[in-house]
Structure formats: structure tokens, C-alpha cells
Design a protein around this ligand. Structure first.
Ligand code: ADP
Ligand code: MG
Length: 352
């Protein structure tokens, strides 16, 4: 009997021992979860000016040097800026704009113009990459210089409109050539930042697939990976009429967000605000919205759809309901200050 009882004692002790080990292991896992990443993950922050605005690169690269990676990404943004800068007479885009007949395109420009035309078709021309003549008439192509302060005559606007519009851009997808008619000029200002952010993402992931952080150019953001490997980045959506207050916060671990607003580049004339997003159907700055924010899987979609959504603000119901089918979830601030959202926007407004 005693012998038997001793055995029981032994097995009870063993059970307690294993339970204790399990509890300790569990606590260990929790502690690792709580502390892993944050103290060890170092984020390098690079700030600079490019694409006519500010840029911020926040990156942590476990397999390479974060500072060097940030510098490489900044150089890529600069390269794209110079290539497609309509303000620079020697830029590639201006050479293209001055050429006659069919022009051979490099792979990058072909893909970019192809995407721009795709967004023009998807948005019924609200996004239009061939408004160069109209944009320069208004003077909104002068990126780093003084903003214009005069409204062009309606005759001048009509003339510029006749020399505008994506229907005048013919792309031969087989031979990868483009032909511009009616003297239109391509202006990729509504998509270039998004494209540059997607290229930065692509390069970052080629160099270190495990890198995390984000790249921001003038408020448009492409996420490289979740904060400390698991947490969302918190992005404030600015109240367009109050610089330092936010309408809402978006929590993103992947993807991109872009905002088009009337408050960054504008001038006032007779108390009226004239800004840089033009309505291709009128030739005047688009009316109806103050700002439009779009969340998407990639930055080029977010950028193009935020510009298009801004132009189509009078049809805001269509924009908030239908743009998710084009890949963009929308938040609009209309002229009267009311906020309209795609139903799926709440997914991003929740802490994940
Ligand atoms: P931001 O550059 O301030 O982020 P957008 O992404 O909306 O804003 O781009 C605005 C730029 O796009 C303008 O400066 C101009 O170069 C170009 N643009 C203006 N109107 C249109 C339009 N309807 N479609 C496409 N591009 C446009
Ligand atoms: Mg845009």
C-alpha cells in the first residue's frame, strides 16, 4: 500500500512539474510576443524633397543596411521625377511631347502610359493623362516655382481643351509605340507619385524581402511592411480645412493610400479658389470636393483614383460605391464638409 502511495505521489509531482513547465513556456511565448521586434527593430528615417514636395522614407531592413536602402529608394524617386517632369524642357516626357508621328517607347514609359490610359477609360475620362496644354495654360506645371494668380480667358481655355484629352493618345501595344494627335501633351502628374512609390516598393523588396516601413511622397504612402513585423502603421487623414487635425485614422499593414485635395496647390482670385486638379469636361478646376483619399493595394491605383474621384465629386455616390470595384476604397470630403465613404473603408479605420 505504502509503495503504491509513493508511486502516486511521484506521478502527482511529475504532473505538477510538467504543468509548471507548460505555464512557464506559455509566459515565455507571451513575453517574446510582447517584446520581440520593438526594441530590436530599428527604423531609419530619411527625409528629403523630390517630385515637387517632401518625401519621407521610414525603413527597417534586417538583411541589409537600412540607411543605404533608404538612399537607394530616394534615388529611384528622383530618377522618375526627372524623367517625367513636364517642367524640365529636356525631360524624357517633354521630348515625347514634342515628337511627331509614331514614337518608340521604353518598357517603363509604355507600361506607365498604358496604365494611365486604362485609368482614363475606367473613370470615363475623369482621370486624363493628356491635359498638358490645359495644365500649363493654368500654370500648374510650375512645380517648384511661384503659383499662378490669374484665371485664363475662357477662349484660351477652350483652345487648350481642343488640344487635350486622352483620346488623342494612340498606343500600339504590339510594337510599343505611341502617337499623339491634335498637339496634345502628356502630363503624368496625377499618377507619377503613385508609380514612383510602387517602384520604391518593388526595389525595396528585391533588395530585402523582409524589410518593413513605408515610403511617403507629399502625403501619398506605400507601405513596405508592418511596423515591427506585425503592427499596422497609423495614417491620419487630414481635415482639409484644418491643417493640424485629422478626420480619421487608417490602420494599414500593406497597400497604399493617396489623397487629392484643393489645399496644396491653389491660388485665390476674387475670393474664389483655383486649384491644380482640372475637370477635363470643363477645363476649369474640378468642383464638388475638398479632398479625396483612396486606399488601394498599390499606389498607382490609389493616386489615379484619388484624382479621378476628386474630378467626379458631383457623382460621389457612384464614386464611393463603384470605385472599390476598380480597386480603390474611397473617403471624400465634399464642399459642404460632409464626409462620404465606401462601406469597406471601416475595415481600414479599425485597429487590426
Ligand atoms: P497631388 O499631386 O497634389 O497629390 P493629384 O495626384 O491629384 O494631386 O495630381 C494632380 C496633378 O495631376 C496636377 O498637378 C496635374 O499635373 C495632373 N492633373 C490635373 N488634373 C488632372 C486630371 N483630371 N487627370 C489626370 N491628371 C490631372
Ligand atoms: Mg493622384
Amino acid at each position: 500500500m505504502r509503495k503504491k502511495g509513493g508511486k502516486n505521489h511521484l506521478s502527482v509531482d511529475r504532473t505538477i512539474f510538467w504543468i509548471a513547465i507548460l505555464i512557464l513556456a506559455f509566459i515565455g511565448v507571451i513575453l517574446i510576443k510582447v517584446f520581440a521586434g520593438s526594441p530590436k527593430t530599428f527604423y531609419y528615417e530619411y527625409t528629403g524633397l523630390t517630385m515637387g514636395t517632401y518625401c519621407r522614407i521610414v525603413v527597417s531592413s534586417p538583411n541589409t543596411n537600412s540607411k543605404q536602402l533608404a538612399e537607394i529608394l530616394f534615388k529611384e524617386l528622383e530618377r522618375i521625377y526627372h524623367k517625367y517632369n513636364v517642367k524640365d524642357p529636356n525631360s524624357f516626357i517633354n521630348q515625347l511631347n514634342s515628337s511627331q508621328g509614331w514614337v518608340d517607347l521604353d518598357e517603363e514609359t509604355f507600361v506607365l502610359i498604358d496604365s494611365a490610359l486604362k485609368f482614363a477609360n475606367l473613370t470615363n475620362g475623369a482621370f486624363d493623362p493628356a491635359l498638358g496644354n490645359l495644365i500649363s495654360l493654368w500654370g500648374f506645371d510650375k512645380l517648384d516655382e511661384k503659383l499662378p494668380n490669374d484665371v485664363p480667358s475662357s477662349d484660351a481655355i477652350q483652345t487648350a481643351l481642343m488640344k487635350s484629352g486622352y483620346k488623342n493618345v494612340e498606343l500600339d501595344r504590339r510594337t510599343r509605340r505611341v502617337r499623339l494627335s491634335n498637339n496634345v501633351r502628356i502630363d503624368l502628374g496625377g499618377i507619377a507619385k503613385g508609380y514612383a512609390l510602387d517602384r520604391a516598393y518593388q526595389i525595396a523588396k528585391e533588395i530585402d524581402p523582409d524589410c518593413t516601413g513605408f515610403v511617403e511622397v507629399g502625403g501619398d504612402i506605400r507601405i513596405l511592411g508592418p511596423k515591427f513585423g506585425s503592427r499596422p502603421w497609423v495614417i491620419g487623414v487630414r481635415d482639409p480645412r484644418k491643417a493640424s487635425s485629422e478626420i480619421t485614422y487608417l490602420y494599414l499593414k500593406t497597400g497604399a493610400v493617396a489623397t487629392s485635395g484643393d489645399y496644396e496647390r491653389f491660388f485665390l482670385h476674387n475670393n474664389e479658389r483655383y486649384h491644380h486638379i482640372l475637370d477635363p469636361s470643363t477645363g476649369y478646376p474640378a468642383k464638388g470636393a475638398i479632398s479625396v483619399t483612396v486606399v488601394s493595394e498599390n499606389a498607382i491605383t490609389a493616386d489615379a483614383l484619388s484624382t479621378a474621384g476628386f474630378v467626379s465629386a458631383k457623382d460621389w455616390e457612384y464614386v464611393v460605391q463603384e470605385y472599390p470595384k476598380l480597386g480603390g476604397t474611397v473617403l471624400m470630403v465634399l464642399n459642404d464638409g460632409t464626409v462620404k465613404k465606401s462601406p469597406t473603408m471601416k475595415i481600414y479605420e479599425r485597429k487590426q
